[in-house]
Design a protein around this ligand. Sequence first.
Ligand code: 1WK
Length: 372
Amino acid sequence: MTEFRYELLAQDGKARLGRIYTAHGVIDTPTFMPVGTAATVKAMLPENVADTGAQILLGNTYHLMLRPGAERIARLGGLHKFMNWDKPILTDSGGYQVMSLAKLRKITEDGVTFKSHIDGRKFNLTPERSMEIQHLLGSTITMAFDECTPFPATEQQARESMQMSMRWAKRSRDAFVNREGYALYGIQQGSVFENLRRESSEKLTELDLPGHSVGGLAVGEGQQIMFDTLDFCVDMLPANKPRYLMGVGKPSDLVGAVMRGIDQFDCVLPTRSGRNAQAFTHRGTLNLKNGRHRDDDRPLDDQCGCPACTKYSRAYLHHLIKAGEMLGSVLLTWHNLAYYQDLMRDMRSAISEGRMDAFARDFHAAQEGGDI
Ligand SMILES: CNc1nc2c(CC[C@H]3O[C@@H](OC)[C@H](O)[C@@H]3O)c3nc(N)[nH]c(=O)c3cc2[nH]1
């Protein structure tokens, strides 16, 4: 069996090249984790997600506890078997989604009670229940149960929210069932306040967890404030363990956050945008709804090897989108995931060769080059 372990292989400034060893396989970092909220990466077969280079997926406690239910997935063999994905799965703990999706939420020290946004059934989610659900799912990496502090927040609001999340982190650690090759990650909170981020990091370090995430960002603060916060909060987390920035982001967010020491990312952007005709390419972002593509027989991205770019034209993709054909969503989702994986792979190469600064300069020049 494999113990859960992080190996730091190289550094270039604050950017890190690493590898995470888990019970379900190895993850090369920096890594992007496609979001598979309801036990599927929308519009994709898992084997095709793996073809793009993804080594780990995301699942969600909130969605799966409501439907089809954690006990049901456990009876059916666990989430890996259920969705036919045998590599690592990281599941979020539910707190964020309760605040963003559920109705009639009530937060107490014990946890959160809420009504399902699907059928109105009442639920109670506590650190202990969140750990039990993620255990039933068979998650490779379990996230502590936390509250994602809204932005903006006053320092006092952020302090109270962070301190409750740290009490919940200890309850999560005490309820987590340790299995070799599996891990529980703590979630750093504290909004944009350096003193609160430090207090949160000290509390998490005391729990001696195998990995951590930076929570409470990508909540509307904007890229500059996010980067300014990362400039001081990432280094507060133990350097010998993975650092995951939750919910991030667009390509330039990923480049900037890798350069500030982040190892893991998740974001709905590549998949959600793919279903909304938006494509991320090496030369910037374009929307295939735009009529200018109707006669364009060029590939979407001439530096991409995915099926959308090697087998079809922009004109065809435009046609599928305008006709509302589901193949349009499939091909653009596939492309965006392939682009994100290529970006992470290119950053891993740049770090290993000590040329991350040059990579970032070339990346921004190509993105702003126009004429795509
Ligand atoms: C988008 N910005 C953002 N997302 C965030 C998520 C959910 C990511 C999860 O939410 C889902 O997408 C919205 C994905 O499936 C992912 O698992 C967070 N989750 C927790 N537990 N704590 C946080 O402080 C937190 C902060 C975030 N900021």
